[in-house]
Design a protein around this ligand. Structure first.
Ligand SMILES: *Cc1c(COP(=O)(O)O)cnc(C)c1O
Length: 432
């Protein structure tokens, strides 16, 4: 294919005749990267329309309705690629798949449209997205604030890798705004919080945290994994960047490991450059699966939200259950955030059984609908216990301080029929 042909196929979209170098602050930045054949939807369209159509690649050669899988590691060099090299704009033209590939662009365009972002980067895992983001947006000598109870992989990154890379980290309770404000220092560059914590489903006051970050020239990164853009739009609340483990709700079928970063192109260009140095690229075939999974995000999330709300209400009324954590419940301690921050309550429910860990182990053995497995966000229900998985290395006292009480069960509610989920939960509770 000649340079002329590739221009016709729309790959020139991100290049400028007068573009200064990538790291030049005067560089004009367009949304994307995208080709002229990535389908664009009206930003005012509903989320289902965006999920189905956004970013899909309309193949100019065959007219294929679905995005083709560009299963190649490299692309023909021609005038267009040399121009991209010369302009420092290798993110915008297909050259080498670790740098970019139309299969990645398609899923990135869809994810960006769902988040209301200018640009997105797809990565090989959620941790790859988080590591690239945190490294790219901080310098040695800087300071980061995050939560005591962030996802284990993120905690280890903050605890082990950041200090050895010259970044100091302060861990706070993510719901205590004054503790977050008190932790800010002149060298604070980044605040990193989750939209909803796991497994206790605490909701940090993200709007206020975003204002605090802005007032102190720090960036706010929000991990939206537990909620998805259907239930939380961090960029609308003032966050600079949203990251996801796309392994969970975004892909939704427990068959892909992937990550997403979305935000302004100014930041995603830096994160992209970091991700390609770390080598956290997502394979074209996995991009295809993720883009296909994303098409049903809105309908899946509606089912997850409804099922989890119904299961939480059932558990809350059951005598063998002492505590239930879910944002839909009247006693939810962060109720003031429900209308201000959350657009939906999510599919994760956690609860404590009266009989402690012995009872929760029996419950695990007795349930038939959910699989006993870690992870979350798939169409199938999953159930696991923090005591012998995510929090097994803690002592009982440390677990108690973290709010992980004996008998705590983590239930990622799938999209099965709610009558079946409740009947199964009822029979399992009867047997303990
Ligand atoms: C699973 C998860 C991650 C890590 O994602 P991977 O795709 O497993 O790398 C990060 N944050 C949260 C909140 C998660 O649940």
């Amino acid at each position: 294919m000649s340079a002329q042909d590739r221009t016709a196929a729309g790959f020139r979209a991100g290049l400028h005749d007068d573009a200064p170098w990538l790291n030049d602050l005067r560089r004009r930045r367009t949304a994307g990267p995208r080709s002229a054949h990535n389908r664009r939807v009206d930003p005012a369209a509903g989320l289902s329309t965006v999920a189905v159509h956004g970013g899909t690649y309309e193949d100019p050669v065959t007219g294929a309705v679905g995005t083709p899988i560009f299963q190649t590691s490299t692309f023909l060099l021609d005038e267009l690629s040399y121009t991209a090299f010369a302009q420092g704009a290798t993110r915008d033209v297909p050259i080498y798949t670790r740098y970019g590939n139309p299969s990645q662009w398609s899923v990135q365009e869809k994810a960006a449209a769902l988040e209301g972002a200018e640009s997105a980067v797809v990565t090989s895992s959620g941790m790859s997205a988080i590591a690239a983001t945190v490294y790219a947006l901080t310098n040695s000598g800087s300071h980061i604030i995050t939560a005591h109870d962030v996802y284990g992989g993120t905690y280890n990154l903050m605890r082990e890798d950041m200090p050895s890379a010259g970044r100091e980290v302060t861990f706070v309770d993510p719901t205590e705004l004054t503790a977050i404000a008190d932790a800010i220092r002149p060298e604070t560059q980044l605040l990193f919080f989750e939209g909803l914590t796991n497994p206790l489903l605490k909701a940090p006051p993200l709007r206020a945290i975003a204002r605090l970050a802005r007032a102190n020239d720090a960036l706010l990164v929000v991990d939206g994994t537990l909620l998805s853009p259907v239930n939380l739009k961090p960029l609308n609340l003032g966050a600079d960047i949203v990251v996801h483990s796309a392994t969970k709700y975004l892909n939704g079928h427990s068959d892909v490991t992937a990550g997403i970063v979305a935000g302004s192109r100014k930041f995603t260009d830096r994160i992209w450059a970091q991700a390609l140095r770390f080598g956290g690229t997502l394979e074209p075939l996995a991009c295809f699966l993720l883009e296909r999974g994303l098409k049903t995000l809105q309908v899946r999330m509606r089912a997850h939200n409804e099922n989890a709300t119904a299961l939480a209400a059932f558990l809350d009324a059951h005598e063998k259950v002492t505590t239930v954590h879910h944002p839909s419940l009247a006693q939810y301690p962060y109720g003031h955030l429900r209308d201000d921050v959350l657009l939906g309550y999510g599919g994760m429910v956690s609860f404590e059984l009266a009989g402690g860990d012995e009872a929760s182990l029996k419950f695990m053995d007795a349930v038939r609908v959910p699989y006993p497995a870690t992870s979350l966000g798939g169409v199938e229900s999953l159930v696991s216990l923090p005591v012998n998985t995510s929090h097994c290395s803690l002592t009982n006292a440390q677990r108690a301080r973290a709010g992980i009480n004996p008998g705590l069960v983590r239930y990622s509610v799938g999209i099965e029929d709610i009558a079946d989920i409740i009947a199964d939960t009822r029979q399992a509770l009867e047997r303990i």
